[in-house]
Design a protein around this ligand. Sequence first.
Ligand code: ZN
Length: 141
Amino acid sequence: MAHFTRFEAGPAADWPTWEFAHPAFSRPTRGKLFLRERVRLTGMEVSLNSLPPGAAVPFLHTHRAHEELYLFLSGSGEFVVDGERFAVQPGTVVKVDPAGARSWRNSGEMPLTYVVVQAKADSVTCDTIADGEVVKDVAPW
Ligand code: ZN
């Protein structure tokens, strides 16, 4: 069995067409693609997201056990955690503890695209460099 799973998400310009059936809403959420099942992740959930201009996540949410990392790729928006509001733009990285009540909106003229990584808080067991091991095989380039 291969030690990897590959998936082509396509260009970010196509991300708004994705639909996700959120159990809390009668209509599907557009512009969200979860990757856990597609690439068989076992220690994290990752989603690719595109929020159109003028759109907002219409609720605050927390998590029971997972921390989240939001990595903004394009567009501009506003984020709120526990009542503290701040701007987000390409390159903004926001880590939110499980208990942080969060929401965000697109305040710009372009789609707000971002990646969300979700993993169990306090689950990293060692420094990431210490977890890596160089193998004997030579890289093909
Ligand atoms: Zn979340």
